[in-house]
Each structure stands twice: as structure tokens, then as C-alpha cells.
Write a protein that binds this ligand. Structure first.
Ligand code: CA
Length: 228
């Protein structure tokens, strides 16, 4: 049974999460404070951690950073904050994904499943995809070739680099800052306009309808996601 550690100080939400998660055969432990959460994480070794950003004793982002120092456990942020900077800080600190409160239980469960699938340390090694295929795209990460509806698509090295980062984490939000620093270097972390230009180019080459992209998705104010 997958173990979920819920770090949340709202007792009603904790109760609702427990009921729903246990009904789906998750084992659940809850902590209302960051310090307790760290102790439980250390001893109980959860498979995934849900972290509320507003905790009484500690900033949730600080908690994620501390967890990350010793563990690769998937972290899903529960955020009531609408400020995208908060979510970006959490993602930069090592969170894998986030849901904004109020959220539907179905959405949370879907993200929970995705987070545990992606970060299972045993499977990650063997499951690094070499070819990613969608109904219209075939992206070969080893040969560095992309085909759209069987036709080879020519990408510039920068376009390829961006696509490679997104595709190797399918369904996963990649923060703008990560893309900018990986492709252009740490001095360019704030040049979001580069991304807008290059993502538009990629969409023109890869999407059937670039105005309504199905694969290269913008998360407003946050980053980009590749949906297979
Ligand atoms: Ca809270």
C-alpha cells in the first residue's frame, strides 16, 4: 500500500484527505506542523508527501527544501495561495507538482498517482523513455529526431533542447526558470520572453493547431508542460 504523508494544519481537510485516501488503499499519516512532518518522513518513509505551504511553525517551501536535502520522495504542494511566485518557489525547492485549494479529490488523486509513478526510484531508471509517441508525434530522444504525422520535423538545437527537457518529464510542469537556466544559463533565469518565442516556434512545427496546443501547454505565470 502506498504511504502518503499529509502535512496540513487544517483538521477538516486532513480528515477529508484521510477518508478519501484510505478508501483508495493508501496508508495515511498526518502532521500539522513541519517539524513533526520531518520526523515522520524520516522514520516512516512515505511514498509521497502532500505539503500545505502555510504551516504554523515553518514555511512549507522551507519544509520541502529540508526534505529534499535527504530524500527524493515525490512532493505534491497543496496551496491556497494564488500567487504563482509561491508555487514557483515550491517547485524550485524541489516539489514535483501542486494543486490549488479548493481542489477536487479526483484531481488530487490523479496528481498523486502521477507523482508516485514518475518518481518511483526503481522504475525511473528503467523507464526513462527513449521514444515518446503521441497520436501524431514521435520523438526519439536518442536519435534526436521528431516526426509529425510520419514527416521529419527540423528543429534548431535550442528548440530541441527545450523539447527534450519537457518530453523527458511528460505531464510534469517544468518551471520557466528551470528551462531558462538549463538552456540559456543561470544569467537568463528571468528572460521569459525567450521562452514565449521558442515555444511559439515549437508549436508551429509540432502542433496541428498551434493556437490551441495539445502537447506543449503553457501554465500561466509558471512554466510549461508536455502532454503526450
Ligand atoms: Ca495551512
Amino acid at each position: 500500500m502506498p504511504r502518503v504523508l499529509v502535512v496540513e494544519d487544517d483538521p477538516q481537510l486532513v480528515r477529508a484527505l484521510k477518508i478519501n485516501l484510505q478508501a483508495r488503499s493508501y496508508e495515511v499519516e498526518a502532521a500539522g506542523e513541519g517539524a513533526t512532518a520531518l520526523r515522520i518522513a524520516d522514520v516512516w518513509r512515505p511514498d509521497v508527501v502532500l505539503v500545505d505551504l502555510g504551516l504554523p511553525d515553518m514555511d512549507g517551501v522551507e519544509l520541502i527544501r529540508t526534505l529534499r536535502a535527504s530524500s527524493r520522495v515525490p512532493v505534491l504542494v497543496l496551496s491556497a495561495r494564488h500567487l504563482s511566485e509561491e508555487k514557483v518557489r515550491a517547485l524550485d525547492a524541489g516539489a514535483d507538482d501542486y494543486v490549488t485549494k479548493p481542489f477536487s479529490m479526483d484531481e488530487l488523486l490523479a496528481r498523486l498517482r502521477a507523482a508516485t509513478r514518475r518518481r518511483d526510484p526503481v522504475r525511473v531508471e528503467s523507464a526513462v523513455p527513449t521514444v515518446v509517441a503521441t497520436d501524431d508525434l514521435t520523438i526519439d530522444l536518442v536519435a534526436k529526431k521528431v516526426r509529425r504525422e510520419e514527416r521529419l520535423v527540423r528543429l534548431t538545437p535550442t528548440e530541441w533542447h527545450l523539447l527534450e527537457i519537457l518530453v523527458s518529464r511528460p505531464g510534469h510542469l517544468v518551471p520557466r526558470r528551470t528551462l531558462l537556466t538549463e538552456v540559456w544559463g543561470p544569467g537568463h533565469a528571468r528572460n521569459s520572453n525567450y521562452l514565449r518565442v521558442y515555444m511559439a516556434q515549437l508549436r508551429r512545427k509540432l502542433e496541428r493547431d498551434p493556437a490551441h496546443p495539445r502537447h506543449i501547454i503553457t501554465e500561466a505565470g509558471m512554466g510549461y508542460r508536455f502532454e503526450p
